[in-house]
Ligand binder design. Structure first.
Ligand SMILES: [Zn+2]
Length: 181
């Protein structure tokens, strides 16, 4: 995710298309030249990539991935939540992936949040969200914790090839993080 809650979007001029309309129109153009690649749902490279949802991270371009190569599982922070474990479990047990790559990044929006976000939410809406914000201060440590969660999951078939990285949003380079054993 991107750094702090920022810049209120400009109100759309009346009569103009919404952003979703633009995306749907782009899809019509995409489909015009699209040919069914006849692919299997099983990722060609047998890898699942778990990454932050940050808009500056173009996973396919950054990792040289092609259509059909991998599963991509993204959320705020690239955090290994129960739901990410759910997707990884299906990825491995039903769709044949064996490797897991974790990609967090510099300048992540979660570095500027704290668990106060949750308490403020509770104050505002009268209900405490059941999920943790998973804010962090040290991105390296956050990657190590994520690797640990994958490696210790009882549901996964393959936990021997789990590697974690920090993507630098200013250079486009990955930096590998050593696991905590
Ligand atoms: Zn992020």
């Amino acid at each position: 995710m991107s750094t702090p809650a920022h810049i209120p979007s400009e109100p759309a001029p009346s009569g103009s298309r919404s952003v979703t309309d633009r995306l749907v129109e782009a899809n019509s153009r995409y489909a015009e030249s699209f040919h069914d690649p006849g692919m299997d749902a099983r990722p060609v490279l047998h890898v699942a990539v778990v990454a932050c949802m940050d808009a500056r991270l173009d996973l396919h371009a950054a990792l040289g991935l092609e259509l059909g190569d991998c599963h991509t599982i993204r959320n705020a922070g690239g955090v290994v939540t129960d739901d990410v474990i759910r997707s990884l479990t299906i990825s491995q047990r039903a769709l044949g992936t064996r490797s897991v790559m974790l990609v967090h990044h510099t300048n992540c929006g979660l570095e500027s949040l704290t668990e106060d976000f949750r308490h403020d939410l509770e104050d505002e809406v009268g209900q405490r969200p059941p999920w943790a914000v998973e804010a962090f201060r040290d991105v390296d440590q956050d990657v190590r914790q994520s690797m640990q969660r994958v490696r210790t999951s009882p549901f996964l078939l393959h936990t021997d090839d789990v590697r974690g990285f920090v993507f630098d949003v200013t250079t486009g380079l990955l930096r590998e993080i050593a696991p905590s054993n």
